[in-house]
Design a protein around this ligand. Structure first.
Ligand code: ME8
Length: 496
């Protein structure tokens, strides 16, 4: 069998502050994809990391009277801690202040320059520091950043430009021949229309920012943080000759927030075309978590600490909730009340209850647990696989939970507490096999819960090919409830 490779990335996060729930959302989604592909037997490389240069980080460091390097070193650990707490199984954590990364960026800029795609000019326009984004007069909304609504500042300086305009036709051809590149579909129109309207060359250097990769062609300039940042996806693989680069590039999916889709879907492939490197296979733009319709974020003062939430409700309840509350591409409001409702009605009442009632019956039973597969028709493995391939964990979870519901209905219909002997053995066989398979299927979403189920069933962790009814030995042993029901009435729907 040919082993497939799967390379998934998150955006690299600015280290101006500790991670919030929005960062956790994208990172958990990427973790679920990575774990799913490992379950399939694919060779997986999962990259996350931190974006450490630029004006925003420089300012944050100044405000606490640290050098940028001291400052970023003090924040990076917070990201790693939170990812550990949320059970994020990344293979590599890249930091853009790492000299290896800076060296890759310099080499590529020289390549792009040799291609004739960089020229010197003068930039006059607006800059949003929190978003590290240039805007024109026309793009501003009421004089503010059209993306985040914050103040912008005037920038007037000599700058080097990348000939993005040169790549308009090539990009349009690329989108046409790779219809899955721009994802989800409903966001692709916006990108296509903007590219069709025409592309302007982009400023790629600054003269006023010191905390940045030096621009290799002119020592009075430093590289614009976004250009440096995008190349993390290949520097982490050891471009140009590293084994990981040869094995894993092109990326199978870059998961990015919708506000940075343009950088990834337009600027990034154009830079790669210019450098003679293959573009990624897919950019998937995730939606925003909002509170009362407003994007959750540090500067809006509504940031939520994912680690605190996971301690309060359990890691897996948080992981499950984030993927089940809204389809990955959509925006959706976050509320603790909704989280508790899902925890009670889906995790405790469906999944936890199925395990609990099965284990109680199985522990009491002293006959042979064997029988005929009856619940196997209730699993739709193919559908789950297709949905996960389409990066639709939201609907994949629904299909998995409809199997759990079918197993609970089977218990109600069979009334095993009234049965004994072979009849009871048959019902238990079906329930234990279902739970063993459920445990495999939920493991990318709720790895800790899957381990707890395996422990109570007395089985080893399986892979996707084990999701068929067969013969298994069980050493059941009742453990703690997987999820305890909580009282949601004191929560008002907002974030506590
Ligand atoms: O943009 N809901 O970093 P960043 C959902 N360094 N996702 C959210 C979110 C929310 N409310 N808030 C943030 C950068 N995110 C650049 C990226 S990549 C080469 C460079 C997520 O720290 C979302 O995925 O501002 C968004 O794209 C990412 O955090 C931005 O993190």
């Amino acid at each position: 069998m040919v082993e497939l490779k799967f390379y998934v990335t998150t955006p690299i996060y600015y280290v101006n502050d500790k991670p919030h729930i929005g960062h956790a959302y994208c990172t958990i989604a990427a973790d679920v994809l990575a774990r799913w592909h490992r379950l399939k037997g694919d060779d997986v490389f999962f990259l996350t990391g931190t974006d450490e240069h630029g004006e925003k980080v420089e300012q944050a460091a100044n405000s606490v009277k640290k050098t940028p390097k001291e400052f970023v070193d003090s924040i990076v650990g917070k990201y790693k801690e939170v990812w550990k707490e949320l059970n994020i199984s990344y293979d590599c954590f890249i930091r853009t202040s790492d000299p290896v990364h800076e060296n890759v960026v310099s080499q590529i800029i020289e390549k792009i320059a040799k291609k004739g795609d960089i020229y010197k000019g003068f930039y006059e326009g607006w800059y949003c520091v929190p978003d590290e984004t240039f805007w024109t007069d026309l793009q501003l909304r009421n004089g503010k950043c059209p993306e985040c609504g914050r103040e912008v500042k005037k920038v007037k300086e000599e700058s080097y430009f990348f000939k993005l305009s040169k790549y308009q036709d090539r990009l349009l051809d690329f989108y046409k021949s790779n219809p899955d590149f721009l994802s989800p579909k409903f966001r692709s129109k916006e990108i296509l229309n903007r590219v069709k309207e025409g592309l302007k060359d982009i400023s790629i250097t600054r003269t006023t920012i010191k905390w940045a990769v030096p621009f290799p062609l002119d020592k009075n300039h430093t590289l614009y943080v976004w250009i440096d940042a995008l190349f993390n996806y290949i520097s982490a693989l050891g471009w140009p000759n590293g084994d990981n680069f040869k094995r894993f590039w092109p990326a199978d999916v870059h998961l990015v927030g919708k506000e940075i889709n343009w950088f990834h879907s337009v600027i990034w492939p154009a830079l790669l075309f210019s450098s003679g490197i293959e573009p990624p296979r897919k950019v998937f733009a995730t939606g925003w978590l909002t509170v009362d319709g407003k994007k959750i974020g540090k500067s809006l003062g509504n940031a939520i600490d994912p680690a605190a939430l996971s301690r309060k409700y359990s890691i897996d309840a948080l992981r499950y909730f984030l993927l089940k509350e809204l389809p990955l591409g959509d925006d959706g409001d976050f509320s603790e009340k909704a989280l508790v409702t899902r925890l009670n009605n889906e995790l405790a009442a469906e999944l936890g209850n199925l395990l609990n009632r099965t284990i109680i019956l199985a522990e009491r039973f002293d006959g042979r647990i064997e029988g005929k597969a009856e619940l196997d028709k209730a699993i739709n493995l193919q559908k789950i696989g297709t949905l996960m391939d389409k990066i639709d964990p939201f609907n994949a979870l629904s299909v998995i939970f409809s199997f759990i519901k079918a197993a609970n209905k089977y218990v109600n219909d069979k009334e095993p507490w009234k049965l004994n002997g072979r009849e009871l053995g048959n019902v238990l066989y079906n329930l234990l096999e279902s739970l063993r398979i459920v445990s495999i299927l939920i493991s990318p979403f709720m790895p800790g819960t899957s381990e707890k189920i395996n422990l109570q069933l007395g089985v080893k962790a399986g892979s996707l090919k084990d999701c068929v009814f067969g013969k298994h030995e069980y050493k059941v042993k009742k453990g703690e409830y997987l999820f305890k029901k909580l009282d949601a009435s004191s929560l008002d729907g907002a974030v506590g």
